[in-house]
Design a protein around this ligand. Structure first.
Ligand code: BTN
Length: 216
């Protein structure tokens, strides 16, 4: 019902040898985490918040950075199939609907020394209005699925679709079809953008696409 963060719980499970495709899911997170240690709020009944543990094969270990876009593709496909939505993927790993964020992805690898005990795919989806964080916590404009879908969203059906799609895309990880789809659904293509990183000088440019290493 309630955990600190499903990612933290999943990292603990993977320390204990959790099997590939083990799932941690919670109605509420009290210490949900986003990228760069930002806060991610999950209120009961309004969102999907889960973490999937994978045990990558040796080949997948050479492509770990592609697991975040893999989640983006799985989310995008499921939103189209189940709700008829045309979502886009904001590089590197947000899912947008009409240029506002509906889902965030936090992929973490669990290392003990040289040995990896698994990776954790953490996914948070804003389903109903109660999931949208207050404006002061929004790093990027946010929205929720029910604002864009004419039908109500069954969270467990959505979860099932996303998990199936993750399994499907996993087979294509790093294949031409993977990059083609990522490119096709990339947000802000051809548009001028500013990339801000608190550690570095920001970059202003035009989005051309993704290269074969997954760089923007
Ligand atoms: C981001 O947009 O910065 C990533 C957000 C990731 C949130 C999900 S919710 C499930 C999982 N548990 C967490 O603590 N974070 C991820």
């Amino acid at each position: 019902d309630r955990v600190g963060s499903t990612n933290d719980e999943a990292l603990r499970w993977s320390d204990e040898g959790a099997a590939d495709f083990s799932l941690v899911i919670a109605e509420e997170q009290t210490k949900g985490r986003g990228r760069f240690e930002r806060r991610w709020v999950t209120r009961p009944g309004s969102a999907l918040a889960f973490s999937l543990i994978l045990q990558p094969t040796p080949e997948e270990r050479t492509r770990l950075t592609l697991f975040a876009p893999l989640c983006g593709l799985a989310l995008r496909d499921t939103l189209e199939t189940q709700l008829g939505l045309q979502a886009e993927i904001k590089w590197p790993n947000d899912v947008l609907q009409d240029r506002r964020k509906t889902a965030g992805i936090l992929v973490e690898a669990n290392w003990s020394g040289e040995k990896m005990s698994g990776i954790v795919l953490g996914i948070g989806v804003n389903v109903s209005h109660g999931s949208i964080p207050p404006a002061e916590f929004q790093q990027f404009p946010a929205t929720c699925l029910e604002e864009h879908s004419s039908q109500s969203v069954d969270r467990y059906q959505l979860l099932q679709g996303i998990l199936n799609s993750i399994a499907d895309w996993r087979v294509e990880l790093g294949a031409p079809a993977f990059f083609e789809a990522w490119q096709r659904y990339l947000a802000f293509k051809g548009e001028p953008v500013r990339i801000e990183d608190s550690q570095k000088t920001s970059i202003i440019g035009r989005v051309k696409g993704i290269d074969t290493r997954g760089h923007l």
